[in-house]
Design a binder for this molecule. Structure first.
Ligand code: E4P
Length: 222
């Protein structure tokens, strides 16, 4: 499963990228607003920082606006993917982008049938928002599992990005469900390797290592 970082903060992207596990980036208007910088400047920097796909969201609501915006964003770099909300206008834009060879990530998605429509229009990725579904008492990961089945049934190559991830168990469930990608905040990505038992074991081994006789000196028994 590929791991994307879900942020527009360049320091977090650089740091996580240095761990060698980041396959791409997803941004959204909220993330860009937290940077306090002009969107274009942020997008150019993010696209320079990672080799993998970088999702940049179109904010127009009508097809023509989404298409015009997406075409401009796609000029930023070869790794740009246009994030398009799953609306009727959005679907039409995805179909157009697909014809032009522009990659798309269909977003704010909450049902497998929305995913089916996006795939039919040629979406490169679909992003079910699992955490937001869990928050309203639906099992978000069920949407991922059902979407996976539908894509397999009909041979769609559209990839599933598990989004709105709230904790590491979402990442585990995404991998078990066979999701193509899981996108997450920096802090959750960090939690994938952080474990208190790992820290305790390392600490214990280092303390025991101190007891090992140094070269040239006698051991504890003389
Ligand atoms: C993913 O591409 C989205 O940016 C993100 O997961 C949005 O979800 P959230 O705002 O609920 O965290």
């Amino acid at each position: 499963m590929k791991l994307f970082i879900d942020t527009a903060l360049i320091d977090q992207i650089r740091e996580a990228n240095s761990w060698g596990i980041v396959d791409g980036v997803t941004t959204n208007p909220t993330h860009v607003s937290t940077t306090g910088r002009p969107a274009r400047e942020v997008y150019e920097e993010v696209c320079r920082t990672v080799d993998g796909p970088v999702s940049l969201e179109a904010v127009g609501l009508e097809t023509d606006q989404i298409v015009a915006e997406g075409r401009e964003l796609a000029k930023i770099a070869d790794n740009v993917v246009i994030k398009v909300p799953i609306t009727c206008d959005g679907l039409k834009a995805v179909k157009q982008f697909s014809a032009e060879g522009i990659k798309t990530n269909v977003t704010v998605m909450f049902t497998p049938l929305q995913a089916l429509l996006a795939a039919k229009c040629g979406a490169t990725y679909v992003s079910p928002f699992v955490g937001r579904l869990d928050a309203v008492s639906h099992v978000g990961m069920d949407v991922v599992r059902q979407t996976k089945t539908i894509f397999q049934n009909y041979g769609f190559s559209t990839e599933i990005i598990v989004a709105a991830v709230r904790h590491p168990i979402h990442a585990l469930e995404a991998a078990l469900a066979g999701a193509d990608v899981c996108t997450m905040f920096f802090d959750i990505m960090k939690q994938l390797y952080d474990h208190p038992l790992t820290d305790i074991a390392i600490d214990m081994f280092l303390k025991d290592w101190e007891k090992v006789p140094k070269d040239g000196s006698a051991g504890a028994g003389g």
